[in-house]
Design a protein around this ligand. Structure first.
Ligand code: ATP
Ligand code: BTN
Length: 321
């Protein structure tokens, strides 16, 4: 892995919000001003806004409160790894399921290859969002893995509610929505089976403070900052702790009671319940009124032919109002 320590040190120094001259940054790192300037350009490519004022030096355009793995680790029993710069937190865990303890969490500040379903890109600028994945050894095996994005979705909404953040909803099967815009995406992946158990990695990318400028996202999206309305800065460490607790509890609960324990909870926060939607399955499209999920986590549509249930990984649900 490339060594990013100089850039991360620069960011840590700048995160106090003050100006720092190229000379002072260079002397901390033992490098020239020109080398500092090169690192600043690299940091800007991660999506961080830094400007330079003649005679004063560099300053961050927005406050940056970096993730603090020690603080998170004090509050949770799961092993937590923070890799500020990574390709993908999901991929990191998938590559190591043989050696990791079930429940291990991987967090990052920036993903170079963040991904969504079917290999789509997940936009992941530095420090602006939350990229969190958890490895779970699911004794019930692969068949039970289908429902996991729904279970994790319920856990995310309930964790936010626990922090006083209301109005966040779910879109089947893997999106977190607020006022019809995407706030977060969930990606559940598998790295094969060990005996009867399935090695699962669940990952979430949640937009916290991402700016329009940063993103080439081609659908409506929203940040948690906007959801909060007031000016209070969201503590991503506190959020991470809340999500780790909620996921751990939900996954254990799912292993004990299965999907049944989540159907009511999921339907109570379904963004599209009782609204016209269409399901896109390759070339085929089905339209109807969404009636929420059934006991197996399939989406139920009231169509002209009656109630129909759809389940599977290759289906996209869209608003059809
Ligand atoms: P579906 O899963 O129903 O097909 P989707 O369009 O949400 O719908 P996903 O694969 O789940 O598709 O998510 C990837 C998509 O999410 C990308 O194609 C892009 O449009 C969008 N996206 C990427 N990064 C972000 C982000 N940071 N915030 C919101 N949306 C994003
Ligand atoms: C989606 O909406 O398709 C799911 C997006 C999932 C993004 C998260 S960010 C953390 C984890 N690592 C990844 O590469 N993807 C997931």
């Amino acid at each position: 892995m490339k060594d990013h320590s100089a850039k991360l040190t620069v960011l840590k120094i700048l995160s106090d919000g003050s100006f720092h001259s190229g000379e002072s940054l260079g002397s901390v790192l033992g490098i020239s001003r020109a080398a500092v300037s090169k690192h600043i350009k690299g940091i800007q490519l991660w999506g961080v806004d830094i400007f330079r004022v003649q005679g004063k030096g560099y300053q961050l355009a927005q406050p940056l409160c970096m993730l603090d793995v020690e603080r998170i680790q004090q509050e949770v029993t799961n092993p937590v790894e923070l890799h500020p710069i990574i390709d993908s937190t999901n991929q990191y865990l998938l590559d190591r399921t043989e050696s990791l303890e079930s429940g291990t969490v991987c967090l990052a500040e920036y993903q170079a290859q963040g991904r969504g379903r079917r290999g789509r890109k997940w936009v992941s600028p530095f420090g602006a969002n939350l990229y969190l994945s958890m490895y779970w050894r699911l004794d019930a095996g692969m068949a039970a893995a289908m429902g996991l994005s729904l279970v994790v979705g319920v856990a995310i909404v309930e964790a936010l509610e626990g922090l006083g953040i209301e109005g966040v909803k779910l879109k089947w099967p893997n999106d977190v929505y607020y006022q019809d815009k995407k706030l977060a995406g969930i990606l559940v992946e598998m790295s094969g089976q060990a005996g009867g158990a399935a090695n699962i990695v669940a990952g979430m990318g949640m937009n916290i403070a991402m700016k329009d400028r940063d993103s080439e996202v081609d659908q409506p999206w929203v940040t948690l900052n906007e959801v909060m309305a007031d000016d209070h800065i969201i503590d991503r460490n506190q959020l991470s702790i809340a999500f780790i607790h909620a996921w751990q509890q939900a996954l254990r609960n799912y292993e004990q009671v299965g999907m049944q324990g989540f159907v009511k909870r999921w339907n109570s926060v379904d963004n599209f319940i009782n609204r016209p939607v269409k399901l896109i399955m390759g070339q085929k499209t089905v339209t109807g009124i969404s009636r929420g999920i059934d006991d197996h986590g399939g989406i139920v549509l009231e169509t002209n032919q009656g109630m129909e249930t759809y389940i599977g990984g290759e289906i996209s649900l869209r608003n059809n109002e």
